[in-house]
Design a protein around this ligand. Structure first.
Ligand code: ATP
Ligand code: MG
Length: 237
């Protein structure tokens, strides 16, 4: 589903070059839920933005569903992103002058989907993220956790192959964080969408199927999180 090969990235500021990612290699299978863990400044957002095609790496290849997004020109990439990639931001990034429903419909506006179809899909997703009654409110009338639910719904409306989330619960309290993670897990299971979630909290990472850890620009480990089912089987054995 997603394959990263020999990925390196350096930022140039004036005469100074900062090497942020160094020869990163890994792959993610379809339907997997992966946590990208690492301390502040370790390069998590950089890696996520590269995989989401928001910028080009200094070196290396990124394949999404067998398409090399590094090699795509700007127009092709923009189209590919609209069809295949969803993004959830820490700060929600909802448009303040649009209602909740209109925000969720937004990605489909660019795909010239019929308004009635858009609306129906948006309302269905609002139901799935647990706030069906908020459709006609504006983002400022919602709590942080509710706004993040809206942004999750927005990321799903195009039925993307993969969703990248950069600290989706970073601005939320522990209880709301758990609720949002439960929603992501359920959507991952019911829709078979691949999720890659950046976090610096180990508790969040433990909720996923696999953890990828970045340290000093390198992939340190790729260990599976504790799988409750495997653990139960182990206990039984
Ligand atoms: N546009 C940029 N220009 C120069 N350096 C940058 C740029 N963006 C990020 N960096 C540097 O790259 C490194 C990694 O940044 P990145 O945002 O990927 O870290 P992060 O792991 O997401 O951290 P956090 O947990 O604080 O969000 C940092 O040292 C940062 O200063
Ligand atoms: Mg970051």
């Amino acid at each position: 589903m997603l394959r990263v090969e020999g990925l390196s990235h350096a930022f140039k500021n004036g005469g100074e070059t900062t090497l942020v990612l160094q020869n990163i290699n890994f792959h993610v299978r379809k339907g997997e839920m992966i946590a990208l863990l690492g301390s502040s400044g370790s390069g998590k957002s950089t890696l996520l933005n590269l995989m989401a095609g928001l910028m080009k790496p200094t070196e290396g290849e990124i394949y999404i569903a067998d398409h090399n997004i590094v090699k795509m020109n700007e127009n092709k990439l923009a189209e590919f992103r609209r069809k295949h990639i969803g993004f959830i931001f820490q700060a929600y990034e909802l448009l303040p002058n649009l209602t909740v429903r209109e925000n969720i419909e937004m990605p489909l506006v660019f795909q010239s989907t019929r308004p009635s179809v858009r609306k129906q899909k948006a309302l269905q997703l609002l139901e799935q993220v647990g706030i069906p009654d908020k459709a006609e409110l504006f983002p400022s009338q919602l709590s942080g956790g509710q706004q993040q639910r809206v942004s999750i719904a927005r990321s799903l409306i195009t039925e993307p192959s993969v969703i990248f989330a950069d600290e989706p619960t970073g601005n939320l309290d522990t209880k709301t964080e758990e609720e949002i993670l439960a929603i992501l897990k359920r959507l991952n299971q019911t829709m078979d969408t691949t999720f890659i979630i950046v976090t610096h909290e180990r508790e969040v990472a433990q909720q996923t199927q696999k953890i990828i850890t970045l340290r000093d620009g390198q992939l340190q480990t790729s260990q599976p999180a504790v799988d409750p089912q495997a653990e139960a089987e182990e206990v039984q054995a």
